[in-house]
Design a protein around this ligand. Structure first.
Ligand code: G3I
Length: 373
């Protein structure tokens, strides 16, 4: 009896103690803050997929509920030789997304870049016929989409097929197959997984020319009964680019087509830029010290401008959260950002939300605070 009384008193004491001791609050999380607005995603690199970057993985699990493959699903990586597939890294990527209950985007099926020459040529190095090219596109798409059927929720089916002025990019796919290569890519992807969402993804989407051609393309696909679920607006930004009003016009115009609008590949470079291009990967420039000014850290005024750009654009995304289904960052920490090596190799950029010590930058809390307004 005595011991029961003692245990009850001990229990009561513990309960009182737990009420009076403040509970340790869980660190703020982007995905929780934005849960009623849109998905918050990030791109996974090889260190995340193979599990070697454990600090990066902790950030991903805590802050993000959507993932996209930064490189491992690109054709050059996954099928470097015809019929020879390297699925290992992509398998890990998909498994990670499933284990953590995340929205998974496959990136990307048809892109003019990071594609091996075999795709377009025969044994003699000559261009293959339209029929062979279509067969190769079909095999590639069906192998990838088919392998992850029911597991990858959406695919960037065609990437960057349009130029700033709205003209079609002269790719090998277009040259050999013809203008209908885009339609065929969407058809093959749909056949391989009828339940997967299918997206068109491009950069510089605030340009009027590209915006109009995207609209025309989507309308044509819809008129022909071809499935297209969403438009990915890559968010590779600079401190003064893009024009936010033009970006908003594109969000509104794309949403009016009845498809999902996604902000994909978001990052904000703080470094000087050698041209007007925003993400044309073929562009390169020579290294010069003057083009790499922040190796010792970011000056306060530049950090302020960086924060402002993120806040302005996230405010816009919140304003249109009824149209936007997902906002995805292009990487986790500044160590990872492709910006360090493009368009000039070996620079120190600060384009993402987490710093080189895996710490959330102050702007993360500022973005979270936006959701409370
Ligand atoms: O995997 C090799 C590695 O084995 C080798 O040691 C190393 C030496 O440079 O290169 C590694 O490959 C690099 C790869 O990234 C993985 O890090 C390639 O050289 C490099 O060109 C490649 O860059 C990627 C780029 O696309 C080209 O595919 C960037 O990481 C990636 O962020 C970038 O992403 C694109 C989107 O897919 C489409 N939109 C534009 C965006 C930025 O260019």
């Amino acid at each position: 009896m005595k011991s029961t009384k003692t245990s009850l008193l001990t229990l009561l004491g513990l309960l009182l103690l737990s009420c009076s001791t403040p509970q340790k609050e869980e660190a703020p999380s982007l995905k929780k803050a934005f849960q009623d607005k849109f998905l918050i995603g990030t791109a996974l690199n090889v260190g995340h997929n193979k599990g070697t970057d454990s600090l990066g993985i902790d950030i991903i699990k805590h802050h993000f509920n959507a993932i996209v493959a930064e490189n491992c699903m690109k054709s050059m990586h996954i099928q470097p030789v015809e019929g020879v597939f390297f699925f290992d890294e992509a398998d890990h990527f998909v498994q990670f997304g499933e284990d953590n209950n995340m929205h998974i985007t496959g990136h990307t099926l048809i892109w003019h870049s990071q594609v091996s020459d075999w795709f377009f040529t025969d044994d003699k190095g000559e261009d293959v016929s339209r029929e062979v090219m279509i067969e190769r596109m079909k095999n590639h798409i069906q192998a990838l989409v088919g392998r992850y059927k029911g597991r990858v929720h959406g695919w960037d089916v065609v990437n960057e097929a349009i130029l700033d002025d709205g003209s079609w990019r002269e790719t090998k796919f277009k040259e050999i197959v013809g203008d209908d290569y885009i339609k065929l890519a969407f058809q093959f992807a749909h056949e391989a997984d009828p339940d997967a969402e299918l997206y068109y993804n491009d950069y510089g989407m605030s340009n009027e020319g590209r915006r109009n051609t995207v609209i025309k393309m989507v309308k044509e696909l819809q008129a022909e009964g071809i499935r297209i679920d969403g438009i990915g607006m890559q968010g590779h930004m600079r401190l003064d680019v893009p024009d936010i009003n033009e970006f908003e016009k594109s969000i509104e115009a794309f949403a009016a087509l009845g498809v999902k609008v996604m902000i994909t590949e978001m990052d904000i470079t703080v470094l000087p830029f050698p041209t007007d291009e925003t993400a044309e990967v073929s562009l390169t420039a020579e290294y010069q010290e003057v083009m790499n000014p922040y190796t010792a850290g970011l000056p306060a005024d530049v950090e302020d401008a960086f924060n402002k750009q993120y806040i302005d654009f996230f405010s816009l995304f919140l304003k249109h959260s009824d149209k936007i289904s997902r906002v995805t960052l292009w990487g986790v920490t500044d160590i990872d950002t492709w910006r360090n090596d493009w368009p000039i190799k070996g620079r120190t950029d600060y384009s993402l939300l987490f710093d080189r010590n895996y710490q959330a930058k102050p702007v993360v809390q500022q973005l979270i605070d936006l959701t409370k307004k």
